[in-house]
Write a protein that binds this ligand. Structure first.
Ligand code: DX5
Ligand code: ZN
Length: 214
């Protein structure tokens, strides 16, 4: 089943509770949470206290996207902060297999993220262990960037590998998702579509949500 995950990076940080409950009311059951460290990416978003604060306001699924260097140092704390799914960048660690184990030992779903320039080849050996793979469709760090169309081929390649090997990871995409790019990504095999600025900028979020899956 295809899903839209609103990225709370585009929410109003002074009114997070309001924005989350508004989205819950229109049927959202998974939230995408972008953690940026100012090192792995040239931007800083938020960390544990914010996640813990919103965790107490909703029981929907929290999908945490770690854009941090050396995720092995922090991943357990993100699991404890109340994330249900945790993904980290292959470019950010030399210990990917270990990080996956830590996430799974915490009872959470593990995902790995590939920057646009990173080939699937680099994570091939990890694919059987993963619950999801996130193909970045922009360079991470900011909301509101333009979708990189060359990533469609990468989504297709990953979907083909999945079929061929009978793997069961989900394919997630993140960056520049709107009604048009959502359809293109879904047609290539993407299951989970992160959407930030397009959804939060919409006048009528309920209709937009419908359009994003049409
Ligand atoms: C970018 C983040 C995204 C971002 C998406 O580094 O990982 O989740 O919030 O925002 P839009 O949908 O505006 O590209
Ligand atoms: Zn993200």
């Amino acid at each position: 089943m295809k899903k839209i995950l609103p990225s709370i990076l585009s929410a109003d940080f002074a009114n997070l509770e309001r924005d989350i409950s508004e989205l819950e009311e229109i049927g959202i059951d998974m939230f995408h949470i972008d953690v940026m460290d100012g090192n792995f990416v040239p931007n800083i978003s938020f960390g544990f206290p914010i996640i813990e604060a919103i965790r107490s306001k909703t029981n929907k699924i929290f999908d945490c996207h770690l854009m941090i260097a050396n995720p092995e140092n922090y991943v357990e704390r993100f699991c404890q902060a109340g994330c249900d799914m945790v993904s980290f960048h292959i470019e950010a660690t030399n210990h990917a297999d270990r990080v996956i184990q830590v996430i799974k030992n915490c009872g959470k779903k593990a995902g790995i993220v590939l920057n646009p320039q990173t080939p699937i080849e680099q994570v091939k050996y990890l694919l059987p262990k993963l619950d999801y793979v996130l193909i970045m469709t922009v360079n991470p760090g900011f909301g509101g960037q333009k979708f990189i169309p060359e990533m469609l081929e990468k989504i297709e390649e990953l979907a083909n590998i999945r079929v061929k090997n009978n793997y069961d990871f989900l394919i997630q995409v993140d960056g520049g998702i709107n009604t048009e790019t959502s359809k293109l990504c879904r047609d290539k095999g993407a299951d989970l579509l992160v959407c930030g600025s397009f959804l939060f900028g919409a006048e009528d979020k309920k209709n937009t949500l419908g359009d994003l899956l049409r």
